[in-house]
Design a protein around this ligand. Structure first.
Ligand code: HEM
Length: 505
């Protein structure tokens, strides 16, 4: 039925334009039609988004059409790049041109009319948000200030695992465990409270926050067909996506406003906490025009949506890789025993002395990047990419996942081999870009490395790990804004006898 309707819309529009006007090219040159797969009228190539994961579909297309090819999502032109040189052209040479973001439904409804950092258009507002974020959230002094939270959450996790495995190897559901850790680390920095596990003061509120992350991750992502459908198809209710985003936005806003109001009331009553909400509220008191409630809610949302699932899925993929490669796990433990020993728990500062552990994390981010297509960029001027003319208003998708597995760039690209990073220079030349590059690159990379490094290192230092069965761990990728494992990871775990004294309450 959609094809019939599409023909009607295209036929009537095209016919009327031909009937009523004369048309000519702007210059002598032919209009550049950057190469790409054939598309349907009205819908363009939207059908390609129906079979996730899209990074695999787009890699197949790049093998056929090249490292720079174009698509149509509805009426919007999309360029997909899958090589380091094309990334260099887009995000270094034309960094400013592509520093914009396309305006998608999730940005309109959930991100306060495109005003949070991740979706904000490039310009003064975004620069201001990045500046506030760099000082108030991502600076070393702020990250150091919240170190005790990260240590405490990881210690709680270690103690729980240790108690569970008193009688020998015990089965652990790792996905939930990592989600709980990342969520509690974030919410304790933001609001000073645990929202998962023990010591939760308001279980209903906590549950609603967890739902936001789950729904935000499943409704986000590099490409949603509903964003590009012609108005008429949205209007006849072809897809309930926008309604779901709107509902999520309403309940999220109510929850975030409630949280800010509670902290504001406590401050008025004289009790100030060392949390991000309190820091931002104190700035609001002196500069109300900059630090509005909406800006503060946007920052909390950002930390929840950009900072929790990304770190927890990275931990899950890292452990899955280790369970499938026991010799790597063993080598990492030897490194930990040599450099940290067995008389004390690993500390965040120790991680810099553990090159093999860092290589395991790099290799995991290469094979299993949490944001495989980065966040979509948008051009604010005409430019050239790979010799093609790319007009202003084009959506840019960077297939980091495909670059990370390109056999021209990596030897044996589908294998998990942390040793490939020995020597350390493979990070260059835009071959490895799990956090993006250029001015829209991830500002949370430092925090992510601290959380992932300390957690993974502590798990290797304190426990023995085994697969639940004989079979290899299933590594199938699911769909969503952050690339999840389809089958949640389970493992068998037992505290190392040598570490039992350190693992005491
Ligand atoms: C943007 C990856 C953790 C906050 C991004 C982008 C990627 C990314 C690929 C988009 C870059 C681009 O558009 O070119 C990751 C990965 C993480 C992680 C793999 C963990 C392993 C975090 C954390 C936070 C965070 C912990 C905050 C607490 C952000 C923000 C942006 C962003 C605010 C948007 C920046 C902008 O548009 O100006 N991240 N991230 N991320 N990330 Fe992360």
């Amino acid at each position: 039925p959609v094809v019939g309707l599409a023909h009607g819309v295209v036929g009537l529009t095209l016919g009327s334009l031909i009937q009523c006007f004369e048309w000519d090219r702007v210059s002598e040159e032919e209009i550049d039609m950057t190469k790409g797969p054939p598309s349907f009228p009205v819908l363009g190539n939207l059908h390609l988004l129906l079979k996730p994961p899209v990074h695999r579909t787009f890699r197949r297309l790049s093998q056929k059409y090249g490292a720079v090819f174009s698509l149509r999502f509805g009426s919007r032109l999309v360029v997909v790049v899958s090589s380091p040189s094309a990334v260099e052209e887009c995000l270094t040479t034309n960094d400013v041109v592509f520093a914009n973001r396309p305006q998608l439904l999730i940005g309109k409804h959930l991100h306060y009319n495109y005003t949070t950092m991740v979706v904000s258009p490039y310009g003064d507002h975004w620069r201001n948000l990045r500046r506030i974020g760099a000082i108030e959230i991502f600076s070393s002094s702020r990250l150091n200030m919240f170190l005790s939270i990260r240590k405490d959450e990881i210690k709680r996790l270690l103690l729980k695992l240790s108690r569970n495995s008193l009688q020998g190897f015990a089965k652990v559901e790792m996905k939930t465990m990592f989600s709980e850790l990342a969520f509690n680390v974030t919410m304790r920095m933001v609001a000073g409270k645990r929202y998962w596990g023990d010591d939760v003061s308001d279980e209903a509120e906590a549950r609603r926050f967890r739902e936001i992350i789950k729904d935000g991750a499943s409704l986000g992502g590099a490409a949603n067909a509903a964003d590009f459908l012609p108005r008429v198809l949205k209007w006849i209710g072809f897809y309930g996506y926008e309604t779901r985003v709107r509902k999520l936005a309403e309940s999220t806003d109510a929850l975030l406003q409630g949280l800010i109001d509670k902290h504001r009331t406590s401050r008025k009553e004289g009790s100030t906490m060392n949390t991000m909400v309190d820091h931002l509220l104190s700035l609001q008191e002196s500069q109300p025009e900059y630090y509005t409630d909406q800006i503060i809610k946007g920052f909390i949302l950002l930390l929840l949506l950009a900072g929790t699932d990304t770190s927890s899925v990275t931990l899950e993929w890292a452990m899955a890789n280790l369970l499938n490669h026991p010799h790597v796990l063993k080598k990492a433990r030897v490194e930990l025993d040599e450099h940290v020993g067995q008389k004390q728990l690993l500390d965040e500062l120790d991680v810099s002395k553990l090159p093999y552990l860092k290589n395991i994390i790099s290799e995991t981010l290469r094979l299993n990047p949490a944001v495989p297509m980065l966040v979509p960029h948008f051009s604010s001027d005409d430019c050239k990419v790979g010799g093609y003319d790319v007009p202003c208003g084009t959506i840019l998708l960077v297939n980091a996942w495909a670059i990370h597995r390109d056999p021209k760039l990596w030897e044996d690209p589908d294998s998990f081999k942390p040793e490939r990073f020995e020597g350390g220079d493979d990070h260059g030349q835009h071959k490895l870009l799990p956090f993006g590059i250029g001015r829209r690159a991830c500002p949370g990379a430092g925090l992510a490395h601290r959380v992932v490094g300390l957690t993974l290192g502590s798990l290797i230092q304190c426990f023995e790990w085994e697969r639940v069965g004989e079979e290899e761990i299933d590594m199938t990728e699911g769909k969503g804004a952050t690339m999840p494992k389809v089958v949640p990871l389970e493992a068998l775990c037992r505290a190392r006898s040598i570490m039992k004294d350190v693992l005491t309450e």
